[in-house]
Design a protein around this ligand. Structure first.
Ligand code: TYD
Ligand code: MG
Length: 454
């Protein structure tokens, strides 16, 4: 029987029997490529009547020991991992080229190795010499990390099998190739096969494996999303160009919270931990400035203050501009609509620019009220008191909805020298000494109190 050509979407990994311009699974255009089949074996055969062995069944109340964890000593990394590296776990670290993935993982590998762990760093992108140069720059040349510059998966697995390390870093998964799959490294079937082999090796041998993955322009991991499903933990390393800080964000974690972040700063000697990110993300705030509002947010388990900035100006164009950096533009559209229809404040004919200072990304709905406050403050050219933080979710009716962890938000604000806060009414009102909290039930009363009748 002739081999069936199969077509795969490079964006979502869905398989198709024929080529088409748009993937009907994820809707991406021009993402379908022809792939050699993963296996040449018969595909139509049923399992037949050969019996397997019966698997033992357990119940939900059986107590297992919590997974063994090793802390690296890099607190920001350990936190994102959920309290340290879990034995025999598979971790994917994604990020744009040049963001600092190799730097982060070399530093982490060195820390683990210094703590007595047997660590192998496999690079398929750079020569061993380049890694050594980087290690020297980071002051890590004496760390007992073992190094290999190799892309052949069979050779790598043979080496790992003989050496039995506790942690292996693969930089990057897109450069690895398995010789049983006849397509180029980086293609969907190669990435899938190499990840599968490495992850199943890790599970069998009790080795933890960290895979580095590149991210496409659209912000997705290059190659199939299936790698994200195969691993236990997916971390994204992100940052804005022109800013020194980097954020390691957990987007999936079978062993810990999945919305945790770690903050680093790229220095001349590698990545340094940032233990107080709120101070970093608050720009100079000596004078109250119209259009600038401090949002008391929560990232994962950690409170974090960020400054939301808005600029509103008459538009010279027939269609007004809406430019958003660091926030969801749909969210801005919703807030503008609520301001217009519930509070009667139109933004038609006005250009709106919205920005989170420092290049931070905010995705919490609790930022709504701070966004609305920044927009109004810019539109009215009236600054909010500079010692005030704002939080609260706005519903389509214009009501303010309660948020989680109000008390932690207030504590962080108080720690950074803020004296008052504006937020929604909560069932259990949070109280923090030294902070006055003004609660409001809806956006209309907020507008009236802060900006007079309008
Ligand atoms: P790298 O870790 O190679 O990125 P990735 O593996 O994600 O592609 O980091 C490359 C960038 O980091 C490069 O632009 C130089 C910068 N850098 C520093 O600023 N300081 C340092 O100590 C190091 C090692 C790199
Ligand atoms: Mg790299």
């Amino acid at each position: 029987m002739a081999k069936q050509p199969s077509f795969t979407c490079t964006s979502c990994g869905a398989s198709h029997t024929k080529w088409s311009g748009q993937c009907d699974a994820c809707g991406t255009w021009n993402s379908i490529v022809e792939e050699a089949p993963l296996s040449a074996g018969p595909s139509k055969k049923s399992l037949g009547n050969v019996r397997g062995k019966q698997v033992p069944l357990s119940d939900l109340s059986t107590k297992d020991d919590p997974p063994a964890r090793t802390v690296s000593g890099v607190a920001e990394l350990d936190r994102v991992l959920g309290g340290g590296l879990v034995e025999a776990s598979a971790i994917l670290v994604g990020g744009d080229p040049g963001i600092g993935k190799s730097t982060l993982l070399l530093q982490a590998a060195a820390r683990f190795a210094r703590g007595g762990m047997d660590v192998i760093y496999v690079t398929g992108e750079e020569a061993a010499e380049q890694i050594r140069l980087r290690a020297a720059r980071l002051g890590l040349e004496n760390s007992p990390v073992r190094l290999a510059a190799e892309t052949n998966l069979r050779d790598i697995l043979t080496t790992l099998d003989a050496e039995q390390p506790k942690l292996v870093v693969i930089d990057s998964i897109q450069t690895m190739w398995a010789d049983n799959v006849d397509s180029a490294p980086g293609s969907v079937s190669q990435v899938r096969a190499a990840s599968h082999e490495l992850i199943s090796f890790a599970k069998r041998r009790g080795t933890s494996v960290i895979l580095v993955g590149h991210v496409t322009k659209e912000g997705q991991l290059a190659g199939p999303r299936v790698v994200e499903h195969m691993v236990d933990t997916v971390l994204y390393f992100e940052g804005e160009r022109g800013h020194q800080f980097r954020i390691l964000r957990a987007v999936k974690n079978r062993y810990g919270p999945s919305d945790e972040i770690g903050v680093f700063e790229m220095t001349g000697r590698g990545l340094a931990e940032v233990t107080n990110p709120s101070a970093l993300f608050l720009a100079d705030r000596d004078r109250p400035a119209p259009g600038s509002v401090v949002f008391a947010g929560i990232e994962g388990t950690r409170p974090m203050l960020t400054e939301i900035q808005a600029l509103v100006a008459p538009s010279p164009h027939s269609q007004a501009r809406r430019t958003v950096v660091g926030l969801d533009s749909q969210r801005l559209a919703t807030i503008l609509a609520v301001l217009e229809s519930r509070c009667g404040i139109p933004f038609a004919g006005l250009d709106v620019y919205l920005n989170v200072a420092g290049g931070m990304r905010v995705s919490e709905p609790a930022a709504d009220l701070a966004v609305a406050a920044a927009l109004l403050s810019a539109r009215e050219d009236t600054a909010l008191p500079s010692d005030t933080v704002v939080f609260g979710e706005i519903s389509l009716s214009g009501a303010l909805r309660p948020v989680t962890q109000a008390e932690n938000r207030l504590k962080e604000a108080s720690k950074l020298g803020f004296a008052s806060a504006i937020g929604p009414e909560q069932k259990k009102q949070a109280r923090v000494p030294g902070m006055t909290l003004r609660t409001m039930t809806d956006l209309v009363s907020f507008v009236q109190e802060m900006f007079g009748t309008d």
